[in-house]
Write a protein that binds this ligand. Structure first.
Ligand SMILES: NC(=O)c1ccc[n+]([C@@H]2O[C@H](COP(=O)([O-])OP(=O)(O)OC[C@H]3O[C@@H](n4cnc5c(N)ncnc54)[C@H](OP(=O)(O)O)[C@@H]3O)[C@@H](O)[C@H]2O)c1
Length: 280
């Protein structure tokens, strides 16, 4: 049976990869630092523990690997994790990178990790998604959604936000025997501004949720008050600032349509899917 190891199995993309891989009838190994449940069986995998790397991948035909974000040293260790997966006999590896990698310097950890995979003698796919819709339900901005006000330093900037179910579906297509390989930029179906995001979330939640553009410093302080590091807040503020000023324009990509034969989910469809969560 086709066997896949899914790193970050408890995270935003990994949980969908696990579900969709199991739906295909594959044997799934959920890899992470703890067993959070789900289809298949859990295998220990910790970026901080090199002895866990090879056993997490041994016996799998394919693997989904992400870079644990905002975890000290994780990006730098990822090339070695990818090499351990290849050395353990995994013949097909899908790396979750980021749209940012397309414009990053050669020594950026994302680019280094991508090269570490592409240089291996394995079938390799690199997913380069833009910002996730799920940041508003399961990620860094979920608390703002719950409080009814998205306070972001993004002006009227537009981003073709993507639903992680679509990223996972492309990833699972790449994990399949004979699946696509190479660099795969992934976006949603249309560039939306945060007024549209707030309106879609509000309609699904059945309560008021509005967007207010704020100065970067206020945004960073808000994130710090919620327990995120200042460096993480600064990273997000810089990235959103690029969008706000129009210096960064992310084009709508057709990868989801081409790989899956259907359009990616819109922000309205995304919000409707999570209406129970948004109403709770
Ligand atoms: N959010 C966005 O808008 C966006 C956009 C483009 C790209 N990305 C990229 O997406 C990636 C994150 O993916 P995601 O959102 O699916 O994950 P996530 O929701 O951030 O969850 C992180 C996952 O990694 C695991 N993890 C964390 N530290 C670990 C460690 N030291 N060793 C092993 N596993 C560890 C966690 O599992 P346990 O804690 O259970 O071990 C969890 O399953 C990042 O590389 C980010 O750059 C994000």
């Amino acid at each position: 049976m086709h066997t896949v190891t899914v790193a970050g199995a408890s995270g935003k993309t990994g949980r969908h990869v696990v579900e969709q891989a199991a739906e295909r009838g594959w044997e799934v190994r959920r890899a992470g630092r703890r067993d959070t449940g789900g289809p298949g069986r859990w295998v220990p995998l910790d970026w901080d523990d090199p002895t866990s790397w090879a056993p997490a991948f041994a016996g799998s035909d394919a693997a989904y690997v992400l870079i644990p974000f905002n975890h000290p040293g994780a990006a730098e260790a990822t090339p070695a994790v990818l090499k351990a997966a290849g050395a353990a006999g995994v013949g097909r590896i899908v790396l979750l990178s980021s749209w940012d990698a397309a414009h990053a310097a050669d020594d950026d950890p994302l680019r280094v990790a991508e090269r570490a995979l592409l240089d291996q003698h394995v079938h390799a796919a690199v997913l380069r998604p833009t910002w996730f819709m799920d940041n508003f339900t399961h990620g860094s901005f979920a608390a703002m959604t719950a409080e009814g006000e998205l306070r972001l330093p993004c002006g009227d900037g537009r981003i073709p936000l993507v639903d992680t179910r679509d990223i996972a579906a492309v990833g699972v297509a790449c994990l399949a025997p004979d699946g696509p390989t190479g660099l795969l930029p992934i976006t949603g179906p249309a560039a939306v501004d945060h007024h549209e995001v707030a309106a879609a979330l509000a309609a699904a939640a059945g309560r008021a949720i509005r967007y207010t553009s704020v100065e970067p410093e206020e945004f960073i302080a808000l994130l710090e008050a919620r327990g995120f590091s200042r460096a993480y807040g600064q990273f997000l503020a810089d990235a959103l600032g690029e969008v706000a000023t129009g210096r960064l324009v992310v084009p709508v990509e057709r990868t989801v349509d081409e790989v899956l034969g259907r359009a990616p989910h819109s922000i309205t469809e995304f919000a409707a899917h999570y209406s129970a969560l948004l109403r709770s």
